[in-house]
Design a protein around this ligand. Sequence first.
Ligand code: SF4
Length: 328
Amino acid sequence: MNRVIGITSTIPSEVIYAAGYKLCDLNNLYIKSRLPMDYYEKAEIAGFPGTYCGWIKGLYSAALDNDIRTVIAVTEGDCSNTHALMELYTYENVNTIPFAYPFIHDREHISFEISSLMKRFNVVKVDLDIVREKFYKIRQLLHKFDENTYSESKISGKENHIWLISSSDFNGNPDKFYTNLKTRINEIDKKTSIYNDYIRLGYAGVPPIFTDFYETVENLGGHIVFNELQRQFAMPSYQKDIVSQYLDYTYPYSIFLRIEDIKTEIKKRKIKGLIHYVQSFCYRTLEDVILRKELNIPILTIEGDKPEKTGVRTRIRIEAFIEMLRKL
Ligand code: SF4
């Protein structure tokens, strides 16, 4: 088996690294590539319909283009399109391994899923614990970085997003990730605050497919101090045992767990408004209905489709939202 394993969403990465493999989050491979639109178009050339999620298109092309021969696909708790994507991978001779976050949110079920993954990769607890210990230190540093984002106004929303989102695979090299993050935190410690006059915003929903989203918000006077799901990918409950860690990870379970987390962070981070991003053709768009009813904060819902620049219409809406918040 090729030593690099692709993933379609965050999985218990500790298990895979303990087995001696490297992980590659296909979402990051796609969106961080020089020309993500090429991946998007390649999927359409292969026959994906225009009315299909842009993230799935990128996941498909990124795996094939980078010769990823094995993909762990999250079949429960992530995306309703994953089963069809797995069939397409199989058709293209990519091995697929399913991982499911249980619909029933309890210790017994998630414990079973993690144990099955360990068995599949011949990982024993003692090896898992060694990796978990190492990842514990990285996650600790990541959460310090995240806390600094809202407490010190020195870190941009984009940089917060990039570091947190990269925690799904630690860029394929956890040791290097740790060293680079440590260096970056030391550099930032020497900086002075930049964002004191900006409007403090939260971001909820799947990561934006727009290539310049964070720059756009910042240019319009907004400072994103909370990236909801990206923070979840970094595992806020990293202090606990592995089962609790993946049980407290809100993304794959119900919207209500996410709402509890969002409410807590809005208060803690003194956020004035929330941008809720929805992806065109994604079933999660419906969650916007509940979010708007449950959160007592101004919310702007924006929608993206392709990996391209934030369109003029969306830009104007963000500008009006920030101006409105400034007057409150
Ligand atoms: S945005 Fe929605 S449809 Fe697209 S990959 Fe994510 S969960 Fe699936």
